[in-house]
Each structure stands twice: as structure tokens, then as C-alpha cells.
Design a protein around this ligand. Structure first.
Ligand code: AQP
Length: 332
């Protein structure tokens, strides 16, 4: 096994947005240069809240095409669909037996998502973090690139791995979360106190990865700021801080450099610069996406090849875990 094994998952829900791109996808691409990189489109997680079945399949292909358009190279990473590797669900059950109910009950994301459900708060939604732990632990990954909203889930999966190892022997790797230094929490442009997300916040405040240039420009120009004039970060300047972080990531410079460059400029000029930079950043991804999205057979072939490679790794972990727990016949 490579010294550094990177694993992360992304949901095939909604339209993937700038928060997903900056917080997670950008790190996935970079991960291919730093170690063995494994990425999974987590359709089983998606169905913990109601999904239209046909739309779910469409979104899965959208997400696969976005990831490849963003720079994932199926020759240099393993890219697959979660439900194609059944070991995830079996490991989820086994890990569920060493997960404290009280810990799951403290998960913020469960509480937030449960509040939004009108008809049914599913047990699957409650178990979501255990499946997430199984995703990562099945690959004995050392590192999990995610946005800041996933900290609590990463801590829980570390606890689960530690508890499993304490009871059954050192079989699982306790992974580290990897959060971007800048851009770990991109905020909604219309409500900069709230994280940009698929399910919360206005459409106008959410920049999608696949979005026309004019729409991106309009959203950035109408971003909510404050009544001040200084382009600098601060606790009372959530909107400007968010835009500074976005520009810093997009240009690949430190936020301080952005502040220096726009020292003395008005918010209008600054927003125009952010809009231009963002359009330049996203347009090539959108163009590559358009080329890839139409060929669903090719996307399916990529995912199938990825699942085959993923299964080999996950099956080995599962065999060790089953044996240690005493499930199935003893290994010779
Ligand atoms: N606003 C964000 N800033 C930085 N990173 C973010 N991520 C999500 N929002 C931001 C990171 O994106 C990765 C993939 O997320 P996901 O699609 O699997 O699910 P999510 O976190 O549930 O994404 P959403 O859009 O926010 O959906 P909802 O509204 O359902 O919660 C993760 O690494 C996440 O941290």
C-alpha cells in the first residue's frame, strides 16, 4: 500500500457548487500528485433523504463528468460509484456495532437535515456517518480531504476506528481529515453567515460549477457585503471575507496579497475582479464538462473500471474485519 492513501466521497445530489469545488474537488485533484487517490460518488448517502430515482442517476453522471472535467484522471486515481462496491454496506453494519448511539445523536448534520424532512426522518440519515466511516476505513485511507462542515464526521470515524482496533486488534487505519487552509467553508453570497450548500440558501447566493459566465458575474456583483468600504477580512465583514477567500483560492495567492492589491479600492471594483477571475477559473471546467457529459457509456465504463479496482482493496479489509469479529467461517 502507498504511504499516503487519500479517500473522499461526494454526493450526487443537486448541482455541485463553488463550495464543493474549493473545499473538496480542488483537493481531490491535487491529491493525485501526493499519493494513491481514491474518490467515490456516494449514491447510498444521497438516498438518506428522498431522491427522484431517475434524477439521482442523472446527477450521478453530472457529478462524474464534473470531477473528470475538474482534473481527476481515471488513470491516476480510482473513481467509482459507492453502490457498485457492496463491501461499503457490510462494513457499515459491522462498524455500527462499535458506534455509540449517543455519538450519532450528537451529529449536527443529522439534526439540521432531520429538521428539513417533512414526511420521514429515516434511520439511514441517522446512520449516515457510520456509512461514511465505512467508506474511508474500507480503504485504510490515511487522509480524507473535505470541507470544514465534515469535521465532526471525521472525528467520529476516527473514534470508530480506534474503538474497533481496541476491541479487535490494529486492523483499521485511523485517518486524518485534510481541510484547505483557505476556502474550507465557502459562504452563500446572499447570506454570508451561512455555508454555501445544495440544500440551504438561495439560488442567487450559490455559484454552480457548471454555470454560464453572465450568471456567475451577476451573482458575484450582487453578493451581500457590509456598509464599509475596506477590502479586508474581519469578523464583522463576512461577505467581503468570503469574496477575499474565493479570489485568493482562484488566483492561487494568499488572502493578504488580495487585501494588499485592493487596499483603497471600492467594493464595486473588487467584486468585478472576483467575478472575472471566477469566470476564468470555471469556464474551462464547464467546457470540458460539456464534452464529457454527453457520453454516458464512457462515464459508466470509467466508473465500472474504478469499482473493479476499489473492490479489490475493500474486499481485503472486509475479509480481515469479518475474521476478527468472528463472522463467517474462520480463515484457514
Ligand atoms: N460551502 C462549502 N465550502 C467548502 N466545502 C464544502 N463542501 C460542501 N459545502 C462546502 C464540501 O464538499 C464536499 C462534498 O459535499 P457533498 O456534496 O458530499 O455533500 P454536502 O457537504 O452535504 O454538500 P452540500 O452542497 O452542502 O449539500 P447539503 O446541502 O446536502 O449539505 C464535502 O467534502 C464538503 O465538506
Amino acid at each position: 500500500m502507498a504511504e499516503r492513501r487519500i479517500f473522499s466521497g461526494i454526493q450526487p445530489t443537486g448541482r455541485k457548487h463553488l463550495g464543493n469545488y474549493i473545499g473538496a474537488i480542488r483537493q481531490y485533484v491535487e491529491g493525485q500528485n501526493r499519493g494513491e487517490a481514491i474518490y467515490c460518488i456516494v449514491d447510498l448517502h444521497a438516498i438518506t433523504v428522498p431522491q427522484d430515482p431517475a434524477e439521482l442517476r442523472e446527477r450521478l453522471h453530472d457529478t462524474a463528468a464534473i470531477l473528470i472535467a475538474a482534473g481527476l484522471d481515471p488513470e491516476r486515481c480510482i473513481l467509482f460509484r459507492q453502490s457498485d462496491v457492496v463491501e461499503h454496506t457490510e462494513l457499515c453494519w459491522l462498524l455500527g456495532t462499535v458506534t455509540a448511539w449517543g455519538d450519532l445523536n450528537r451529529m449536527h448534520q443529522f439534526k439540521e437535515k432531520a429538521e428539513q424532512q417533512r414526511e420521514l426522518v429515516s434511520a439511514g440519515l441517522f446512520f449516515y456517518p457510520v456509512l461514511q466511516a465505512a467508506d474511508v476505513l474500507a480503504y485504510r485511507a490515511t487522509e480524507v480531504p473535505v470541507g470544514d462542515d465534515q469535521r465532526q464526521h471525521i472525528e467520529l470515524m476516527r473514534d470508530i476506528a480506534e474503538r474497533f482496533n481496541a476491541r479487535f486488534g490494529e486492523l483499521l487505519v485511523v485517518p486524518e481529515g485534510r481541510y484547505p487552509e483557505v476556502g474550507a467553508r465557502i459562504m452563500n453570497l446572499q447570506d454570508p453567515e451561512t455555508r454555501m450548500s445544495t440544500t440551504y440558501g438561495s439560488e442567487q447566493g450559490t455559484v454552480y460549477i457548471v454555470e454560464e459566465d453572465d450568471a456567475v458575474r451577476a451573482k458575484v456583483r450582487s453578493a451581500v457585503t457590509d456598509s464599509g468600504t475596506e477590502v479586508r477580512r474581519g469578523p464583522d465583514k463576512a461577505g467581503i471575507t468570503n469574496l477575499i477567500e474565493i479570489l485568493s483560492v482562484v488566483r492561487g495567492v494568499a488572502p493578504e496579497e488580495v487585501e494588499r492589491e485592493f487596499d483603497g479600492s471600492g467594493y464595486g471594483d473588487f467584486k468585478s475582479a472576483v467575478a472575472d477571475a471566477l469566470v476564468q477559473y470555471l469556464a474551462p471546467v464547464r467546457e470540458r464538462y460539456a464534452g464529457l457529459r454527453g457520453d454516458e457509456a464512457a462515464l459508466e465504463a470509467t466508473l465500472a473500471a474504478g469499482a473493479e479496482k476499489a473492490r479489490v482493496i475493500a474486499a481485503e479489509t472486509l475479509a480481515d474485519v469479518r475474521d476478527a469479529v468472528g463472522i463467517g467461517p474462520a480463515r484457514a
